[in-house]
Each structure stands twice: as structure tokens, then as C-alpha cells.
Ligand binder design. Structure first.
Ligand SMILES: [Mn+2]
Length: 462
């Protein structure tokens, strides 16, 4: 269903939020179970809710949902045979699959609060919600879940309205915003911006300006240029130390200077000579140390750990400084990603149609890195942002062709409602295969003959 709302309906959205907050307070629950998503935004949401429940002296448990199994199968292991309306569930950032959830919730006695910022998959009218469901999703009122409101922002608004002192945990919200928005802080919009500005005013986070080399803001300028992933600098990313050092020496800049300690004139020299335009705002978490002080890098670390070791992700958000284990994983990830982006920026597409690009990277990039390489090549616009990227190749273990499919925000703005998930469902209808995704990113596995057809007729599916 296409949403043509030009101005979001703030009043309606805030009414839903107020109502859910009132219900949550008035019902005085005995026990609350939180279920959240396995990424930086989801983990931030979880910790905001846990802080709230702690302040309210409420017994609670939590679970992490990675959206790989159906809700029915997932909840089977969690829903208890003892049901009471004194128990509540809070779902944060786990998607709004009402088609699966409503039939389950309808048959339960517990009270469910869903706080989500993903597009609703099947539209239900609010009279179709069961009485024990409070569904808050700003996208149904015209907000953009990617641009306007992170899961953590929504969760923050809910928690703060229940107990205003939760604002002290606002640094968690900023991690969620950074993890989902992948933007310098001066580019935030709507609720993300409002909440961030309030947190800065309250001195709970610090807003600073510098040359933005996200991924490596905590590093020296030499490593910053080499390992920045946002922006990825094609002339320095993954290059030899020697090349970067001699560039900096020629500008009379000490390569060991920290990115955040560069003077404005040094930044100007770098920008002019490297032809980049990356002076902007970033957020600092004042109570943390080292890498974890940097909100973007902290969020990226959580996103990486969520795939490698979920318990390390859950514990590191509580720590003041990074563990050696996490530091190792982070460095390895950045090294690989910058190397892969460098490889990709030197490649030309195997097939290019009016609307699509095919990058076959088998033997050039390890299959486990395909997905992230595809994402960051799109965010950095290494290829024509008006075309859909299909990146992948043959996968030995499944004997199929595995493809990561990405589109840019620019593409989405021009082609409302025709994101990657739509393209994947068009492909599956005609060519079979397994896969799925959301508007910006998804993946599919196809047989070799289907893949060959797809390359020939890609534009028909887009
Ligand atoms: Mn999210």
C-alpha cells in the first residue's frame, strides 16, 4: 500500500503513544518480557526498556529476535501456559508483521506493546487490533522509519513519558540513531533530531565538529583515511600506509595526529587536496572511553558483534571501555571492509542494464563479506545510485547463486514503494528462489539458469 501522506500526522501518532504510555502505567504489571532486534538499534532499545523496568521495580526478562524464523515458531518457546493480563510484552525494533502477530496475540491474555519503526507489511485498520495489543508505529502516520525516527528514538519517547528520569539513559538512544541512520548528526531529521538536540542541551551527549571519517573517528588521521567506511575514500581506502603518509607529509600534517585533533586549516588542506567534502557533526558519549566514546563507532561495533557474538554485544554496551576481544573483531572487520570496497571500486560490472548492475565477486571478495560490502558500496555510491546493485556469485554449499541486492536512498526517493523487497518478490514469482528483505537491502538464492535469465531480463523485475 502506497502512503501518499505528505506531512506526517504528528497528532495521531502522539495519541497512540500517549494511550500506550497510560495503559502501561495504569495496568501495574507483575512481569514484563522485552523482545528486541539483534542490531545496534535493537540492543539500545532493549537497554532503554530494561532501565525503565528497573526504575519501576518490575520483574523482567528479555529475548533477542533475529527475524529469521516465523513469529509462531519463535514465540512457541517463550509464551507460557500460565497466562494473565498482569504480564506484559514489549516488542522493540522487531518489525511490524501484524499478519503473523495478530492471530497469536488475539489468543493470549497478556498485554502486548509493539514499538516499531519498520514499514508495516500488511495494513490492518486499528479496529482490527485485539484489545490486548497497543501498536505504536509512526510509519503508518507518514513518518519515514529510516530518516525520521529510529527504533531507539521511539523507545526513548515511550520510556521518557513513563518516567522522565530515563532521559539520563539518552546516550543509548544516540547509539541506536547512529546505528540505523548512518549519518552525521547535523543531517538528522524530525524526531531523531529533536531527541538528539534535547540530549545535547542536557549535556548527556556532546555534539562536535570535525572531518568525518566514520568507522575511524577514534584513530589517527593516517588510519582514518585508510579505514573510513563513511565516506569510503577511494584514493586512500585500504591503501598502503606509505601512500597515505606521503600524502599527509606533503600537506605538512603529522600522520599520527588524531582525527579529532586536526586543526581547521589542516582539515581544509586535506579536503582540498583529497577532493572530499566531509566536514560535519559527530556525537561523543562523555562517560565512555576510547572507541566507545564515539557514538557511530560504538554502534558499528554493536552491529558487528550482533552477528559474531550476541552476548558480547549485550555486555559491551554496559562497559566503559572496549575489551581486547571486541577491539580485535572491530579492526579485522574494518580492514576487510576497506579492502573489499577498494577491490570493488576497481571492478566494472559484468552486466549493466538500464536499471541494474551485476557485480560477480566470487574469488575476489569472501562470500561472508558480500552483504556488508554491498551495503557500504551503495551507501557510498561507488556505483550509479540510480541503479539496483546485484552483488554475489556461486555458493558452493547450496549449489546456487547467492545475491545481495541493494538500492540507494536516492533511488527509493525517486521510486516510492519500489524497494528491494518488491524486486525480490517479483523475481521469486517468476524465477523461484529463496530470499527476502526490506526496502534498501535484501538477498536471494537462485539456480544458475534462473540467474542467467535474471541478468538478461533484470529490468522486467525492477
Ligand atoms: Mn531499527
Amino acid at each position: 500500500m502506497i502512503k501518499m501522506t505528505v506531512t506526517p500526522n504528528k497528532t495521531k501518532f502522539l495519541e497512540d503513544l500517549d494511550n500506550a504510555v497510560d495503559q502501561f502505567i495504569d495496568r501495574s504489571f507483575n512481569h514484563v518480557i522485552t523482545i528486541s532486534h539483534n542490531d545496534a538499534d535493537g540492543i539500545s532499545c532493549l537497554h532503554i526498556i530494561q532501565n525503565l523496568l528497573y526504575k519501576m521495580h518490575l520483574n523482567n526478562d528479555y529475548f533477542i529476535y533475529n527475524r529469521s524464523v516465523s513469529w509462531e515458531n519463535y514465540l512457541k518457546g517463550i509464551l507460557s501456559s500460565r497466562q494473565t493480563d498482569k504480564n506484559a510484552f514489549i516488542f522493540t525494533d522487531v518489525g511490524s508483521n501484524l499478519k503473523e502477530l495478530i492471530p497469536i496475540i488475539k489468543n493470549r491474555k497478556e498485554i502486548f506493546f509493539i514499538l516499531d519503526h519498520h514499514e508495516v507489511e500488511d495494513n490492518f485498520h486499528s479496529d482490527e487490533y485485539p484489545e490486548n495489543l497497543f501498536f505504536i508505529n509512526p510509519t503508518i502516520y507518514g513518518y519515514d522509519g529510516l530518516e525520521h525516527i529510529a527504533g531507539a528514538t521511539l523507545t526513548h519517547m515511550f520510556a521518557k513519558q513513563v518516567n522522565p528520569s530515563i532521559i539520563k539513559q539518552g546516550w543509548l538512544t544516540v547509539i541506536g540513531i547512529c546505528g540505523d541512520s548512518l549519518k552525521p548528526m547535523d543531517k538528522l531529521q524530525s524526531f531523531n533530531r529533536e531527541v538528539y538536540e534535547e540530549l545535547v542541551d542536557e549535556e548527556l551527549v556532546e555534539d562536535k565538529e570535525s572531518l568525518i571519517l566514520f568507522g575511524s573517528m577514534h584513530e589517527s588521521i593516517k588510519n582514518g583515511l585508510k579505514y573510513s567506511i563513511l565516506p569510503f575514500l577511494s584514493q586512500f581506502g585500504g591503501e598502503s600506509d606509505q601512500k597515505i603518509t606521503s600524502f599527509l607529509n606533503s600537506l605538512h600534517i603529522d600522520p599520527k595526529t588524531k582525527v579529532i585533533d586536526l586543526s581547521y586549516s589542516e582539515i581544509e588542506r586535506i579536503q582540498k587536496n583529497a577532493k572530499i567534502d566531509s566536514y560535519s557533526h559527530y556525537a561523543i558519549l562523555p562517560h565512555k572511553l576510547g572507541l566507545l566514546r564515539f557514538a557511530f563507532e560504538h554502534a558499528l561495533l554493536l552491529n558487528i558483534l550482533c552477528f559474531k557474538n550476541i552476548s558480547a554485544a549485550l555486555s559491551i554496551i554496559q562497559l566503559k571501555s572496549i575489551t581486547r576481544y571486541a577491539q580485535g573483531i572491530y579492526s579485522e572487520y574494518l580492514e576487510n571492509l576497506s579492502k573489499n570496497l577498494r577491490t570493488l571500486s576497481n571492478e566494472v560490472p559484468q552486466v549493466e542494464t538500464k536499471k541494474a548492475l551485476f557485480m560477480e565477486v566470487k574469488g575476489k571478495i569472501p562470500p561472508s563479506n558480500w552483504s556488508d560490502t554491498a551495503s557500504f558500496s551503495t551507501v557510498n555510491e561507488l556505483f550509479d545510485p540510480n541503479k539496483i546493485l546485484f552483488l554475489g556469485g556461486p555458493e558452493k554449499k547450496s549449489g546456487t547463486i547467492k545475491l545481495s541486492i541493494r538500492c540507494s536512498r536516492k533511488y527509493l526517493n525517486k521510486n516510492k514503494n519500489k524497494g528491494v523487497n518488491k524486486i525480490i518478490s517479483n523475481i521469486k514469482k517468476e524465477l523461484g528462489g529463496v530470499g527476502g528483505g526490506h526496502k534498501l537491502a535484501g538477498g536471494i538464492r537462485l539456480s544458475k539458469p534462473s540467474y542467467n535469465l535474471l541478468k538478461k531480463r533484470a529490468d522486467d523485475f525492477i
